[in-house]
Write a protein that binds this ligand. Structure first.
Ligand code: AMP
Length: 278
C-alpha cells in the first residue's frame, strides 16, 4: 500500500499498476473507523485496485471550529487500511486539490434546500467541489459512499448526472457501534458520558420504525423529536421524514416511495447525523 500526496504520483502509480479505468475509489476525510473500512472492503472486492483519499476538505465546512477540531489521525488510518487490500492512500494537501480557489457554484435545486443543505449553507457546494476534483484526479470506475450521509449520496449522484461523469456511485450500508450509534469520526470528540447518551438517537429511530404502523408521519416526527430532546445531553436540530429520491418531507405513509427519517442532533458542541429507512 502506497501513501501518495500529489496528483502526478497518483496517476503515475495507477498507470504503473495497469489499472486505469479499473479503479474503485473511497473518498474520506480520515479519522477512519469500521464504517469507512466496510466501504474499502466492498471496493476491494469489486475492483482491480482501490484508492482511498484522506482529505479534510475546507470548502465543505460552514463552521470554522468544526474544521479546526476535526480529528486528523493519518498514522492510525494507515494501520487500519493496511490489511484491507487497498493499493493507494491519497492524502493531498489543500494546494494540491485547489491550486486555484474553486469558484464553481452547483445548483442542486430542491435537493439542497432541505435538512443538511438548509442547516449547513454552502456545505454541499463544497462536497460537490471536492468530490468532482477528486474524481477528476482518480478517474474511478466506481466510487463508494455511505448511506449514513444520505443526503450527500443524493447530491453526489445528482452531480455525476449533471456533469455526465463516467463513474458508478455505490451506496453502502450504515455501520453502527454496539450501542447502535452510527459510527462517525466525530464520535471520537464525545466524552464517554456523551457517547453513551448519544445511543439514544439510534434507539429512538429504531423504535420509531416499530411505531410506524399505529402512527401518522407527524406523530412520529413529534415523538422522535421529543424523545431525543428529553435526553439532557441531546438537542435535535431537525428530524424529517422524506422520500428517498427528491428528499422532500412527506405527509403520509402512502407506498409510492421509500420513506427515510433523517436526524441531526447536537451532543454538546458535536453535531451528529443518522437516518433510518421506514
Ligand atoms: P467522511 O470521512 O465522514 O467524509 O466519510 C467518508 C465516507 O464514509 C462517506 O461516504 C460516509 O458516508 C462514509 N461513512 C462514514 N461513516 C459511516 C458509517 N458509520 N457507515 C457507513 N459509511 C460511513
Amino acid at each position: 500500500m502506497k501513501l501518495l500526496t500529489t496528483v502526478n504520483d497518483l496517476q503515475f502509480e495507477i498507470q504503473q499498476l495497469g489499472a486505469e479505468s479499473q479503479v474503485g475509489f473511497v473518498p474520506t476525510m480520515g479519522a477512519l473507523h469500521a464504517g469507512h473500512i466496510s466501504l474499502v472492503k466492498q471496493a476491494v472486492k469489486e475492483n482491480r485496485i482501490v484508492v482511498v483519499s484522506i482529505f479534510v476538505n475546507p470548502t465543505q465546512f460552514n463552521d470554522a471550529k468544526d474544521l479546526e477540531r476535526y480529528p486528523r489521525t493519518l498514522e492510525n488510518d494507515m494501520h487500519l487500511l493496511e490489511p484491507t487490500g487497498c493499493a493507494i492512500v491519497f492524502a493531498p494537501n489543500a494546494k494540491e486539490v485547489y491550486p486555484e480557489p474553486d469558484k464553481r457554484k452547483f445548483n442542486f435545486g430542491k435537493l439542497e434546500e432541505v435538512m443538511e443543505g438548509k442547516h449547513r449553507p454552502g456545505h454541499f457546494n463544497g462536497v460537490a467541489q471536492v468530490v468532482s476534483r477528486l474524481f477528476d484526479m482518480v478517474k474511478p470506475a466506481k466510487a463508494y459512499f455511505g448511506l449514513k450521509d444520505f443526503q450527500q449520496l443524493a447530491i453526489v449522484k445528482n452531480m455525476v448526472k449533471q456533469l455526465q461523469l463516467p463513474v458508478e456511485i455505490v451506496p453502502c450500508a450504515i455501520i453502527r457501534e454496539k450501542s447502535g450509534l452510527a459510527m462517525s469520526s466525530r464520535n471520537e470528540l464525545l466524552t464517554e458520558e456523551q457517547r453513551k447518551n448519544a445511543a439514544v438517537i439510534s434507539e429512538t429511530l429504531f423504535k420509531a420504525k416499530e411505531l410506524k404502523a399505529q402512527n401518522s408521519v407527524q406523530e412520529i416526527v413529534d415523538w422522535v423529536t421529543e424523545t431525543i430532546n428529553k435526553n439532557p445531553f441531546l438537542d435535535v436540530e431537525y428530524f424529517e421524514i422524506v422520500d428517498d429520491e427528491q428528499l422532500q418531507p412527506v405527509k403520509n405513509w402512502e407506498k409510492d416511495s421509500t420513506k427515510v427519517g433523517c436526524v441531526a442532533v447536537f451532543c454538546g458542541e458535536i453535531r451528529l447525523i443518522d437516518n433510518i429507512v421506514f
